[in-house]
Design a protein around this ligand. Structure first.
Ligand code: ZN
Length: 304
């Protein structure tokens, strides 16, 4: 899949009447009493987003949010690591105890840090299954992974995921320059893991330490939001991220907000909630009229 043009368009629509206040003050749902807001966001900080897309955005005077993988940026203080018991103890235990709800997250967290080429793929596969609610299948994937580890079927080495590799080539100096041009930068974690497959301590490491590198290099203004990789909607992972970041591109469960995620086919209709968050993901194959229609959905809401 081409990663270059993968903006995610998050749209918040207001759905109730503007409340006039006495005097010259009025409370509006949106700044300048507009119908809604459209944000263009980019995942992973792939180098082509800055070399190709960013100049086009600047020409059009459009601002974007870029969710960056901080661990691969030269000068970042924090890099991927496993926090937990000695790896050899975990591997040894897999020989006698099948993967279950009590040991899954530890094993899936450690999988990417065994010093072997291959187990990281199992981390992703298991995380994808957890995101899909297929827990038992995820356990089997981890069992298969560690069975191969014990049999010595993986070669030694350090493995990184594709998103992490694609993001190489950008420096903090570059990012500061783009930020000065008006673009927002925000965390996409340290290594782009499947958060739904990590245990608490490893989720918090990815979330908090990535935030610290953003803070040290860009300042507090850029620590407001984050995106959990793969747009995870896993409630457990999102709840941990929410402890670190006030806003998430993934989900922001609020009683006043109707969420229509990027994997949801629904378009905004009638709702009793005050706001609608409407996300859509574009790829190179997405027709321009369709993308325009997403924006028109915001512009044309008459019940604001
Ligand atoms: Zn991503």
């Amino acid at each position: 899949m081409k990663k270059l043009f993968l903006p995610f368009i998050g749209i918040l629509l207001s759905v109730t009447f503007v409340k006039a206040q006495p005097g010259n003050t009025s409370i509006t749902r949106w700044q300048y009493d507009r119908n809604g807001a459209v944000s263009i966001t980019w995942d992973d900080g792939s180098i082509n987003q800055f070399k190709v897309a960013l100049p086009i955005l600047n020409k059009l005077k459009l601002k974007s949010t870029f969710f960056i993988i901080t661990g691969q940026i030269p000068g970042s203080q924090y890099h991927g690591k496993f926090i937990g018991r000695p790896i050899k103890d975990i591997i040894k235990e897999t020989a006698t105890i099948a993967t279950n709800k009590d040991n899954f997250y530890e094993r899936a967290s450690a999988a990417g840090y065994l010093g072997l080429i291959g187990p990281l793929d199992y981390h992703y596969k298991a995380g994808s299954l957890i995101d899909a609610g297929k827990t038992e299948e995820a356990y089997k994937v981890i069992d298969e992974c560690y069975s191969k580890v014990r049999k010595g079927e993986f070669k030694p080495g350090i493995q990184h995921n594709d998103e992490y590799k694609d993001a190489h080539g950008t420096t903090w100096a570059d990012i500061k320059k783009y930020a000065a041009e008006g673009h927002e930068f925000a965390s996409h974690m340290i290594t782009h893991p499947r958060l739904a497959a990590l245990d608490e301590v490893n989720i918090m490491y990815e979330a908090e330490k990535s935030r610290l590198d953003v803070l040290h290099n860009l300042g507090t203004r850029y620590t407001f939001s984050a995106e959990g990789p793969f747009g995870t909607e896993n409630a457990r992972a999102v709840s941990y991220l929410s402890k670190v970041y006030p806003a998430l591109r993934n989900r922001m469960p609020e009683p006043w907000l109707k969420e229509i995620s990027r994997s949801d086919k629904e378009t905004p209709g009638n709702t009793t909630k005050e706001y609608v968050q409407y996300q859509r993901g574009a790829t190179t194959k997405t027709p321009l009229p369709m993308m325009k229609a997403w924006v028109d959905t915001t512009l044309n809401r008459k019940d604001t």
